[in-house]
Design a protein around this ligand. Structure first.
Ligand code: GLN
Length: 547
């Protein structure tokens, strides 16, 4: 049966709880343990699928089709363990389940209350699959003291009581602010935050303290004394240059040892950190740099394309170069010639997105890449825009467009080269949707198989002709236009197994121009860069040598 590590946060938000959890998972793996990471989010949305990327950053999609928090992306990138639907839950989901049960009469006429009904639902969720791994790491979103978080804190408190002694520990992440004027690192906010936690019955076993610099011995002792933890369980989490340094840095600070001590696992198995040493080496000893332009819509918030930024970094690591990604707002190209903006980049990436805004600019970016023989990677909407560009400017279908934009505008303006998909096959089942269906969870979501064309560029890159990739979209390229486009050199090199849905297109006579209907960035890892990103960056390196 799994041991449970509950990770909470205090003082301020955005301390990197997700990263700390992911890094701890990686360190436990390095000691030979199996892990699974879970996120419990106190907000009331049923899942982040309907939240704006500006609000919440990227939506991370799992193989089994859940739309989840971006922290699950960190978990996967650090541990390589594929996240599942049952690894992410919100208050909204918990309440909607409880209310469904109430309507069905499952509670046999009882009054439904936060304790025990909501807390029981949370506890059941935490325990799912507890027999499968050595350690289950559960991160609670938000900070201690948030109103919405209370049922989760109460549930984890109860959960640790329900289990035999020593099977659950609590790790609390806080901030030690540095006061420049007095040159001091302040421990008081951490003391208050731990006090708050203890007032709801949770005593942390390990404190992870974010700070700009090292924690002096005096402050460490003070924290240990006032927060009632052992001095060697006060872990300094200093700011680092790269997130991929986190596992090694936290290991040096003794995090994994402190956790194993808290569980009284002795002797602790020796860690093998070779994987992370190699990752660090590739990041810090890169030779050269390539510049990649990302032409998108949600460019003000880096978290909106988190996995793409990370996958590009991984692609750089595969080639031992640094990738400098620069975000360009696609709307600029609707007013200005893209050439002066894009010249000087070694590759162009057009990411996914929703809605019409900025799409004419993305089409121009695709045109620039095609005409100038610059490596182009189009992801989801980025593939759809590349196909529309090809239809308009090469196959003489001047009013080609996407039905998505006509639906949004409420009028028919385009020939729908990209159309709304209403019926498709997933595994052995047929899925059906209507245009007016709910916005949440109704897309083609999760992992689907694609068959690649023998001898195509993508088959060569993947080294196989059958792949599985993750999807999140409503619209598809229409095979009606396939012959007309292939005649002009746009190869449909990846198709769904039934041959009805185009999954990949590539220009035959181009150095590197690939559009994919899925999201390869979601499966890339620092120690296993995704082949498409690795090869895209390799192509960018080649371009950099030409200019
Ligand atoms: N808006 C497009 C669709 O729904 C693309 C989605 C995406 O890029 N993830 O098909």
């Amino acid at each position: 049966m799994a041991r449970f590590i509950f990770i909470t946060g205090g003082v301020v938000s955005s301390l990197g709880k997700g990263l700390a959890s992911a890094a701890l998972g990686a360190l436990l793996q390095a000691r030979g343990f199996t892990v699974r990471l879970r996120k419990l989010d106190p907000y009331l949305n049923v899942d982040p699928g309907t939240m704006s990327p500006f609000e919440h950053g990227e939506v991370f999609v799992t193989d089994d089709g859940a739309e989840t928090d971006l922290d699950l992306g960190h978990y996967e990138r650090f541990t390589g363990v594929a996240a599942r639907q049952t690894d992410s839950v919100s208050s909204g989901r918990i309440y909607s389940t409880v209310l469904e049960k109430e309507r069905r009469g499952d509670y046999l006429g009882k009054t439904i209350q936060v304790i025990p009904h909501v807390t029981n639902e949370i506890k059941d969720f935490i325990a799912i699959g507890e027999d499968e791994v050595d350690f289950m790491l559960c991160e609670i979103g938000g900070t201690v003291g948030d109103i919405e978080g209370l049922p989760f804190f109460e549930a984890i408190r109860q959960f640790s009581q329900d289990k035999p002694r020593g099977q659950c520990i609590f790790m609390h992440l806080t901030l030690l602010p540095y006061i420049r004027a007095s040159g001091e690192l302040k421990t008081k906010p951490t003391q208050h935050s731990v006090k708050e936690l203890r007032s709801i019955g949770i005593a942390p076993d390990v404190l992870v303290c974010r700070s700009e610099g090292p924690i002096p011995e005096k402050e460490r002792e003070k924290l240990a004394l006032f927060c009632n933890v052992r001095p060697d369980s006060v872990i300094a989490a200093q700011d680092l240059k790269s997130i991929y340094e986190v596992p090694l840095a936290y290991h040096r600070e003794g995090l994994d040892q402190a956790v194993l001590d808290a569980f009284q696992i002795s002797p602790a198995p020796k860690p093998d950190l070779g994987r992370w040493e190699d990752v660090s080496d590739r990041i810090f000893n890169a030779e050269g740099e390539v510049r990649v332009a990302i032409v998108g819509k949600y460019t003000q918030l880096e978290d909106a394309y988190k996995s793409i930024a990370e996958a590009l970094t991984h692609g750089g690591m595969a080639n031992r170069v640094r990738v400098k990604s620069e975000w360009i707002d696609a709307e600029i190209f609707e007013r200005e010639d893209p050439a002066p903006w894009l010249e000087g980049f070694h590759a162009i990436l057009v990411p996914g997105g929703f809605g019409e805004r900025g799409t004419e600019g993305k089409i121009k970016a695709a045109k620039f890449a095609r005409e100038r023989d610059v490596p182009y990677l189009g992801i989801c909407l980025g593939m759809q825009m590349a196909v529309i560009e090809a239809a308009r400017n090469v196959a003489e279908l001047s009013d080609a467009g996407s039905e998505e934009f006509d639906h949004e505008a409420g009028q028919k303006r385009f020939t729908p080269v990209v159309y709304h998909l209403k019926e498709w096959v997933q595994g052995n089942a047929t899925v059906r949707r209507k245009v007016e269906d709910d916005k949440g969870g109704t897309m083609r979501l999760g992992s689907y198989t694609a068959h690649l064309k023998e001898g195509s560029k993508v088959a060569q890159i993947y080294g196989t002709t059958t792949i599985e990739e993750r999807h999140r979209h409503r619209y598809e390229v229409d095979t009606k236009y396939r012959d007309a486009l292939e005649e002009k050199g746009l190869v449909f090199s990846g198709m769904s197994p039934d041959g009805r849905l185009p999954e990949i297109v590539e220009w035959k006579d181009h150095r590197w121009f690939i559009g994919v209907q899925f999201h390869p960035e979601l499966k890339s890892k620092p120690f296993a860069p995704h082949p498409l990103f690795a090869d895209f960056v390799r192509a960018a390196v080649d371009t950099s040598r030409l200019v």
